[in-house]
Structure formats: C-alpha cells, structure tokens
Design a binder for this molecule. Structure first.
Ligand SMILES: [Zn+2]
Length: 227
C-alpha cells in the first residue's frame, strides 16, 4: 500500500469515527463510539469544539486533522512529504488510537530529538529521525512499552453501484488529480465494498478502476483556474 493511500484511508477512518456522534442521554454533550481513533481525546487536545449542534466535520476536515496530528501544517504538505517522513508520521498516528491514546509519546520523542540535536550541534536526517521515532514512540529497543501502529489492512474488493443522479443538481466540470482527466461531476462512479449493501457508496473518478482517484481528488475546474 502506498503511504499516501494509507493516510487517505486513515482520514476516512477518522471520519467514520466522527459519524458515530450522538447526543448523550443527558443531552449535554456529544459522544462517540469510535473504532479507530480516540476522537474525544483528539477534539479536546486540539481545541476542536464539537458541542455546538451545528458543528460540522467533513472528510476534508478529517484529512486536515490527520495531517496536523502527525506534525504537518496541512494535507498538502503531507502529500508532498518523502516516504521516510511518512513512515515517521505513521508511527506518530498510532499515538491517537482509540485503545491506546498517548500523544505524550510524540512530545517525548520531539523533546529528546531536539535535546540530542542541541548537544551534538547537529540536525538529524530523516533516516535518523525514523530510528528515533521507532525508539521513543514505538519503544523498539526499550522494554515493556505498549506498541500500537495501525496495520496495513487487507485489500478490499469494490463493486460499482448504480444510483440515479439527482436531476436537480447542475453538473460541473471537474479534473481528477490522479489521472488528470476532466469530466462532468455527474459522470463519476459510485463504488462500495463487494456485497456490503449497508455501506454508503463512495464517489470516485469516472475512470475507476483504472484510476484510483477519490472524491477529494476531483477538483472543480473553475476552482483550479480561480487560484
Ligand atoms: Zn482519475
């Protein structure tokens, strides 16, 4: 699995966790029953105030938040990162897991890195940082430190779903960032895991399965030219 696909999937997982949002029985706070991430802990630690009934959190927000959690300014920066940097990011992301939430491990790692850099008057390269992340965050080479990395999941088979487009929606021209092709937004395909009729179909590039462009890779041409 490509590193970038791994992070896309993790953003999706975070978003899925968010979708479990429910008003508590007392009606005063929102609760989650997450499978992947400690979403309550993350929202608290990152000052995301979700107690407004009108609070909204999209898949794009989830991507942005994933990028922030692992130390990038934005999703765009994450996409441009090297494979080694993304390996480090993967390790960091494990610190936000639902069953093992402990971002303080990232702080420890960063503290020891900057201390060692200062003492040795040096800057570690990415390879050295990866070794240190494995040591301080995963506890490799240390004893009795719980380890948690989201494993690469089994590949899922997808099938196409046919759903009538809403005739009231005006299609716009979009460009797929993966294959570079342009088509109308109502020409996209809808797919879902094979036989999983309960899951909400996902919108993908018109040229799926040759192209693996997903909904967030399809940018309205108008927006691209406006930049
Ligand atoms: Zn495409």
């Amino acid at each position: 699995m490509q590193n970038i696909d791994y992070f896309k999937l993790q953003a999706k997982n975070l978003y899925k966790d968010y979708k479990t949002r429910k008003l508590s029985a007392a009606g005063d706070i929102y609760e989650y029953s997450p499978k992947y991430y400690d979403i309550t802990g993350i929202f608290l630690d990152y000052d995301i105030f979700d107690d407004d009934p009108k609070f909204e959190f999209s898949l794009m927000n989830a991507q942005h938040l994933i990028a922030k959690l692992v130390g990038f300014k934005s999703w765009n920066d994450l996409i441009k990162a090297s494979d080694t940097q993304l390996e480090i990011a993967k390790i960091k992301l494990g610190c936000f897991a639902f069953n093992n939430y402990d971002p303080s491990k990232i702080e420890d790692y960063e503290f020891w890195v900057s201390k060692a850099e200062e003492e040795n008057h040096t800057r570690f390269d990415d390879e050295a940082l990866l070794v240190l992340a494995r040591y301080y965050i995963l506890g490799e080479g240390q004893e009795n430190i719980p380890v948690n990395v989201f494993a690469d999941p089994e590949p899922v088979q997808y099938e196409e779903v046919n759903i009538e487009d809403d005739p009231n929606t005006q299609p716009v021209m979009v460009e797929c960032l993966h294959c570079g092709k342009r088509f109308l937004s109502n020409e996209t395909k809808l797919i879902r895991p094979k036989g999983d009729t309960d899951s909400e179909p996902e919108e993908v590039c018109k040229y799926w399965p040759e192209c693996d462009g997903q909904i967030w890779d399809l940018i309205p041409v108008e927006d691209m030219e406006g930049e």
